[in-house]
Design a protein around this ligand. Structure first.
Ligand SMILES: Cc1cc2nc3c(=O)[nH]c(=O)nc-3n(C[C@H](O)[C@H](O)[C@H](O)COP(=O)(O)OP(=O)(O)OC[C@H]3O[C@@H](n4cnc5c(N)ncnc54)[C@H](O)[C@@H]3O)c2cc1C
Length: 477
């Protein structure tokens, strides 16, 4: 066993996924060294890797999260786009069937909003882009090893014991240890082993199962193709079902289908398109019928939401949790990566104000700030999840029902009011908090209700409708 201790300031990050690499970017400017300990080797190309099973499913990166990543690591969006990712402007390039009907796409120039968008990219590309940008910083290094336990006691964490291989343990000391091991994290047990009280957590489980598959995008759809989503309707007394087609790099569509408890898809490739046909609208199934699958079906049931309340116990100094290790969200709303990014930006801001992660009280303040975007996304998700039949966890109260009724009125109004559509999109993309939905302009529109008739069908362009019907666009467009 070796033991290292020196006087250079060091942050040790356990887990080299998105939250871990972004946390490294956040603190690197304020310390001498950042060491990321990741269990699996990380590829230097945007290719699949072990330890990230969710990468086989659609990963929407909303502009709130993408902007935060760009702020931490300038040039990342350019790197993604140069590698084939799509920047999908919202709401213009989103064909979305809400619980209250089709959203309009607001094509007219006066409705062009450049700040709201979605990055259409595979998860491996997203993580690779962030990692590549991060590793340009010589203060950061990644060790392929496995942490075994924390060093220190219930008052202060001073590092971790890591294992490089059988019998090869190292005591790695650090000023701050960051848990970024995602849903696989076991630090709540490690903390309790050294006398830290149990960290209370809220759990909400709608029993969501995901089935996903790649499709070859039909000829002529590579550029400027919309994201397509069919959303669930939690007001119905039946399991929620949903699906999305996201154009990603390599001329592919990442297709994900999902259902809440009692309405789950299976991993059977023969039944993938059949399940798509059972969604609340058949548009997605029509597009799948016009394209070719290029991968097997990947299935995951690991979607339970939990929110750990670190502020409710006396946490040891020198320890932080980020990303899914702290709060894991139902993936239906596509907020996990953006919450990790906004949390990392908050971490950077606390480090900047405090003068670095070695400052007194740093981890307590940082954990509080990291928790804010997570709590906001939690409320958005819980406001819907608790209404699905069979959801385990909190049951809706009268206040929840009033909030839900207002949200549905907003959704119905958004189909015919740009003001409301923009506010909803800002909140969905995590570029604004839920307070944007109570802005007087939005309230007035909501009281007035829809002023245009509901769209009779999906708002497709002629080219998109042709593809839906199996006609490839002509080369001239
Ligand atoms: C089906 C599905 C679909 C999703 N869709 C979306 C979406 O559309 N949009 C979105 O924003 N989010 C989505 N998410 C959520 C998103 O995947 C997570 O929020 C995000 O990955 C969190 O990043 P993280 O770094 O905290 O965890 P992870 O990305 O899981 O990274 C954890 C890292 O820790 C490593 N690790 C684990 N244990 C150890 C150990 N003992 N030692 C060392 N290293 C370890 C792992 O190998 C991994 O590299 C989805 C999730 C699922 C399950």
């Amino acid at each position: 066993m070796t033991s290292h201790s020196d006087h250079r300031s060091r942050v040790l990050i356990l887990g080299g996924g998105l939250a871990g690499t972004l946390a490294a970017a956040a603190v690197a400017p304020y310390c001498d060294e950042v060491v990321i300990v990741e269990r699996h080797a990380l590829p230097d190309t945007p290719t699949p890797r072990r330890g990230l099973p969710q990468a086989r499913h659609a990963h929407m990166l909303w502009s709130g999260g993408a902007d935060a990543i760009e702020d931490l690591l300038p040039g990342t969006i350019r790197l993604w786009l140069d590698s084939g990712a799509h920047r999908i402007p919202l709401p213009r390039a989103m064909v979305s069937f809400s619980p209250c009907g089709w959203y309009r796409r607001w094509h007219e120039p006066e409705y062009a909003v450049d700040s709201l968008y979605l990055i259409g990219a595979g998860r491996d590309l997203i993580d690779w882009g962030v990692r590549t940008q991060l590793l340009a910083d010589s203060r950061v290094r990644i060790l392929t090893a496995e942490p075994l336990r924390l060093l220190g006691d219930h008052t202060r964490i001073t590092g971790a014991v890591i294992q490089h291989g059988p019998g090869q343990e190292e005591h790695l000391h650090a000023d701050v240890v960051v848990d970024a091991m995602g849903r696989a994290s076991r630090t709540t047990t490690w903390l309790s082993d050294i006398g830290v009280p149990a960290i209370p957590e809220t759990i909400l489980d709608a029993g969501v199962t995901y089935a996903s598959r790649l499709y070859k995008a039909p000829a002529g759809t590579a550029d400027d193709w919309p994201a397509i989503t069919i959303q669930p309707d939690a007001r119905m007394p039946v399991p929620g079902t949903a699906g999305s087609i996201i154009p990603i790099e390599g001329g592919l569509w990442q297709v994900s289908l999902c259902g809440t408890r009692g309405g789950e898809p299976t991993g059977d490739p023969e039944r993938f398109e059949e399940y798509a046909r059972t969604l609340r609208h058949g548009l997605l199934a029509d597009f799948l019928a016009a394209s070719e699958p290029t991968s097997p079906v990947s299935l995951t049931r690991n979607t339970t939401s939990y929110h750990r309340h670190y502020s409710k116990v006396r946490m040891p100094a020198g320890f932080l949790a980020v990303g899914d290790a702290a709060t894991a969200l139902n993936p239906l709303y596509g907020h996990g990566m953006s919450v990790a990014a906004l949390g990392a930006r908050a971490l950077r801001d606390v480090a900047s104000r405090a003068g670095g992660p070695t400052a007194r009280g740093f981890t307590r303040r940082a954990q509080r700030e990291i928790g804010r975007p997570a709590a906001a996304a939690w409320l958005l998700a819980a406001g819907q999840d608790m209404f699905f039949p069979g959801t385990r966890g909190k049951k809706p109260t009268a206040a929840d029902r009033v909030t839900s009724a207002y949200t549905h009125r907003l959704i119905r109004t958004a189909a015919s009011s740009f003001t409301v559509a923009e506010a909803l999109t800002q909140v969905m993309t995590l570029q604004a908090g839920a307070a944007a939905l109570a802005h007087p302009r939005v309230l007035v529109e909501a009281i007035r209700g829809p002023r245009l008739p509901a769209l009779p069908g999906p708002p497709l362009t002629a080219v998109e409708d042709g593809v839906r019907q199996g006609r490839a666009p002509s080369p001239s467009g």
